[in-house]
Design a protein around this ligand. Structure first.
Ligand code: ATP
Length: 217
């Protein structure tokens, strides 16, 4: 569903991604972890076409949606209007199927997005991405600034969509422990390069990744 080959992205003279290879297959839930500034957001911005590669190839299959870092909601608009904005490319602007997946949003539909808690806003951002009924969803820093219980809740919704509806997920997270709990495979990005990739349980047993990202080893 996502193919990234020999991807190089530069901002002026700075190289943000340097030969990145990554795949997400149909029905997979894959983690992309790494420290601040590693290039994670750049990768997903390239997938969504916001950033142009200097060289290499990115491709997505089916409908692709992206929950951006920092949510990027329209704070003065209602929850429902924010959801409808997620549907600008498809004919179906009816948010009812999103309320079916994230029932808490229905009760908030008339509220101003900017007045919601961080967790509620993140739920709106996920709901907005789901409006287009994506086959593959990239989620950038779901957990940032949110309490663990709220993050758990949101992640459970993503896991359910993955398991029950086969939606492929690329979970981009600084919180590797969380990402490894729910994903089957992971890529570790450091300074624009993939430094480790493989099954989460195997990476968690490998001491370097475990020490650096999981607080173990
Ligand atoms: P974070 O979690 O902090 O967002 P990240 O892993 O997503 O980190 P990126 O935001 O992709 O990393 O940044 C990768 C590198 O590219 C960093 O060195 C960053 O400073 C640089 N960078 C990102 N966006 C731009 C830009 N618009 N112009 C110049 N440099 C940029």
């Amino acid at each position: 569903m996502i193919t990234v080959e020999e991807l190089v992205v530069r901002y002026g003279s700075a190289t943000a991604l340097d030969g990145v290879e990554l795949q997400v297959g149909a029905g997979e839930m894959v983690a992309l972890v790494g420290p601040n500034g590693a290039g994670k957001s750049t990768l997903v911005d390239t997938l969504s076409g916001v950033v142009r590669p200097a060289s290499g190839r990115v491709a997505t299959e089916g409908r692709f949606a992206h929950v951006p870092e920092g949510r990027q909601l329209f704070g003065d608009l209602s929850v429902e209007d924010n959801l409808r904005l997620g549907a600008w490319r498809v004919r179906d602007r009816d948010p009812r199927h999103v309320y079916g997946v994230l029932p808490d949003l229905e009760g908030l539909r008339g509220r101003r997005a900017g007045a919601l808690s961080g967790g509620q806003q993140q739920m709106v951002a996920v709901g907005r991405a789901l409006m287009g009924r994506p086959d593959v969803l990239a989620v950038d820093e779901l957990s940032l600034g949110l309490a663990p219980k709220i993050v758990d809740d949101l992640v459970r919704h993503l896991v359910r969509l993955n398991r029950e509806e086969g939606m492929a997920v690329l979970l981009i997270e600084q919180n590797a422990r969380l990402a490894f709990e729910v994903c089957s495979r992971a890529y570790v990005l450091e300074a624009g390069r993939v430094v480790a990739a493989g099954a989460c349980d195997e990476l968690a047993r490998g001491s370097a990744v475990a020490r650096a990202y999981l607080g173990g080893g």
